[in-house]
Write a protein that binds this ligand. Structure first.
Ligand SMILES: NC(=O)c1ccc[n+]([C@@H]2O[C@H](COP(=O)([O-])OP(=O)(O)OC[C@H]3O[C@@H](n4cnc5c(N)ncnc54)[C@H](OP(=O)(O)O)[C@@H]3O)[C@@H](O)[C@H]2O)c1
Length: 357
């Protein structure tokens, strides 16, 4: 039994919290909440469960460290406040507490991550003899577990493309995702944060370079590609309302180029409602989202991962899956050597233990 603290209860965190409470091999010992209205409330309330857990949310990180958990599941928003998140995660690691998480997506490929994010956490792991693992569905699963599975089926690969095609219309996250991606902006407005020069490769280039390393390929460059779709009609969805002329779809990629041709591509097509960007790819069979790996090679492989849920939207299903990527390896991470680990270091069977209960 691993003793676990859940840090934050947002889009991803409420699902990891439910998973921790439900699993017989994990014991919830603490919950962090940043929002004052969540502090003092029972963990069950914060993730929609009816039976109280007796664990009350706190914003006191020292109190959570004093519980001496085996592991913290860190799912607070990371990319808009990276220095604060680095400091918070480092406090747990240097106290000897392992951390699995979904924030600081650059660490999905830790060997490719910049020194400013990697080094302080490596130091904290060394100080506390602890382990850190960051993953998700994309970035994460699609570019590591899925891409490696697809590539394992060919005797020769000419190119590999990892694609997310998703309708974010029901994603209740205008504050971060909506504004960073610039939904609603007009062509004459400033280029949104996520697509300013170098930003796509800053987030997704690590996945491209990581796959190049696995394949033993030397790339000439990793470059950004970005195009926007502006709606002729008003689009209303849960994330926001986009007025005519506003951006309601984006297609962007980080491309690893060899000999002038992209050979390793990580691409996203993101639309608000199915009405947006009608000429771009849609997920197969009427689904709202797909993660696809296409290997052009001997033979051609196309692997589609489609999530769904009887009551929740596909973006919430994506948040459950993102959480699963890290909750499912808590036991392995607790046994791993100190340092920041990547998905390719974890034996696939270790990712599924304890799931069927
Ligand atoms: N790789 C993937 O596939 C993938 C997919 C989804 C998300 N992610 C990553 O996972 C992280 C969480 O995403 P999300 O959609 O769940 O985020 P979110 O719902 O927008 O935010 C999560 C939580 O962050 C906490 N938070 C916000 N500001 C804070 C502050 N100043 N101090 C402490 N906590 C603060 C809040 O915690 P309280 O609830 O306690 O107030 C909030 O509920 C992000 O970094 C995101 O990039 C990765």
């Amino acid at each position: 039994m691993r003793r676990v603290v859940q840090f934050s209860t947002g889009n991803v965190g409420q699902h990891t919290l439910r998973a921790i409470v439900g699993r017989p091999d994990l014991e919830l010992v603490g919950v962090h909440a940043a929002s004052p209205e969540k502090v003092g409330r029972d963990a069950a309330e914060l993730c929609g469960l009816s039976r109280p857990t007796g664990v009350l949310a706190t914003d006191d990180i020292d109190a959570l460290i004093a519980l001496e958990p085996d592991c913290v599941v860190y799912t607070a928003l990371g990319e808009t406040r990276p220095m604060e998140v680095l400091e918070q995660i480092a406090r747990f690691l240097s106290a000897g507490i392992n951390v699995v998480g979904t924030a600081l997506v650059w660490l999905v490929t830790p060997r490719q991550a910049d020194a400013w994010v990697r080094e302080p956490l490596e130091k904290a792991c060394a100080a506390g003899n602890s382990t850190l693992y960051v993953n998700g569905i994309d970035p994460g699963y699609s570019g590591d577990t899925a891409a490696l599975a697809a590539l394992s089926l060919v005797t020769r690969a000419e190119s590999v493309t990892v694609k997310e095609v998703f309708d974010y219309g029901n994603y209740d996250d205008y504050e971060y995702t909506g504004t960073a991606m610039g939904f609603g902006r007009k062509p004459e407005d400033e280029v949104p944060l996520a697509f300013q020069p170098g930003m796509i490769t800053a987030v997704f280039g690590g996945l491209v370079r990581n796959l190049a390393d696995h394949l033993g390929v030397r790339l000439d460059e990793v470059r950004d590609r970005f195009e926007a779709w502006y709606t002729p009609e008003r689009i209303e969805c849960r994330m926001m309302t986009v007025e005519p002329g506003g951006m309601a779809g984006v297609r962007f990629a980080a491309e690893g180029v060899r000999g002038g041709e992209p050979v390793i591509t990580v691409e996203h097509t993101t639309r608000l409602t199915p009405a947006a960007a009608p000429d771009w790819d849609y997920p197969p069979e009427g689904h709202s989202g797909v993660h696809t790996v296409i290997v052009a090679g001997e033979p051609r492989v196309e692997m589609n991962t489609m999530l769904s849920h009887p009551t929740l939207d596909v973006t919430e299903a994506g948040c459950i899956a993102t959480g699963a990527r890290v909750v499912n390896v808590i036991d392995w991470v607790c046994r791993a050597p100190a340092g920041i680990v990547a998905a390719d270091q974890i034996p696939p069977a270790e990712m599924v233990r304890g799931l069927m209960w």
